[in-house]
Design a binder for this molecule. Sequence first.
Ligand SMILES: [Zn+2]
Length: 374
Amino acid sequence: MIGTRVSELLRVVHENPDITRADAARTVGIGTGAATELVARLTAAELISERPAGPAGRGRPTTVLQPHPRGPLVLAVAFAHETWRAEVVQLGGQVVACDGDEQMAGAYGDGERILHEVQGRLTKLRRRFRGRIRGMGVSVPGLVAMDRLIEASTLGWSGLDLSVLWPKAPVMAVGNDATFAASAESRRGAAVGAAMALHIRVDAGLGGALVESGRVLTGAVGLGGEFGHVPFAGDDVECPCGARGCWGASLDGFALARLLGQPVPADPVAYARRVVASEGGTERQAVELVASRLGRGIAGLVNAVDPELVTVGGLGVDYLNAASRALDDAYLAGLMAFRRADPPPVLAAQLLEGGPVAGAAEEAWTRLWPLLPT
Ligand SMILES: [Zn+2]
């Protein structure tokens, strides 16, 4: 019981930076006496600290709960198609150090070497914080099951054991970038508080996740959320996954290039952004077409899973901003009629490109709560 309350209070402090002790007690559902005792315990364990709440308003004076200056941290790493980034994150979500943000030269097909290089850099980062880093989250743009990367086709990586990044990590959360972006959006972004949120991230591939009251539904082994491979497209589209008619392959940078009769782009995301930014009439039409395909597919998923709201990240935000009318029209037309009067809103993600790394940190924290010693 006490263990549950400890994890619950830490989670509440984490999700509500600068929450007062009185509000935290109310949220956890305990009395002021029990809260005072619990906070004293967590302070003694160097997990949180307190400061005066400033000029008191009504009621008794209280304190603000904040991360302890020697408190636990998590390390979050996100691999993208050409770069990697690491962040050290404290309770409450604030980033206290970072590394990376650089090109991974020759990364294609050579995942083991890249992991080895990144592992060296992460070890330095961990040493710098002298044992305060208690867990790690790793985001990768590919299929992940049981902490192994099954395949990242755009990186030419497969069968990699990502735990080599920190072999004896007390806590390790490995996941797909779109799934982690969904987690972050529900904890820190536009989907906070939603009973059921659907996140769709368009990048070199299309993925996402359903998040129920802050918990990401990842399926039996973690492979859920591959919405890009739902066959919403015509079966003339051949997807790198081996199936035909995949939704993601009908609206990504490669699809735009096909629509415009241009060569296969080396970097489909950068290419798509250039097309979106273009002033040309044909480009504009192509962007409206892929935006409408996005809207129509979202309608199909909304009909199927009944989310409270939908957040769209990555390249989806560019489509949403550039062709919101086309996207909205297709979304409404694809919804079952009874939903059209009050459709779940389709919102731009707030965390943008920072979603996957922020989600990696959040998933590491989630696994860490029950293990923090008090
Ligand atoms: Zn596919």
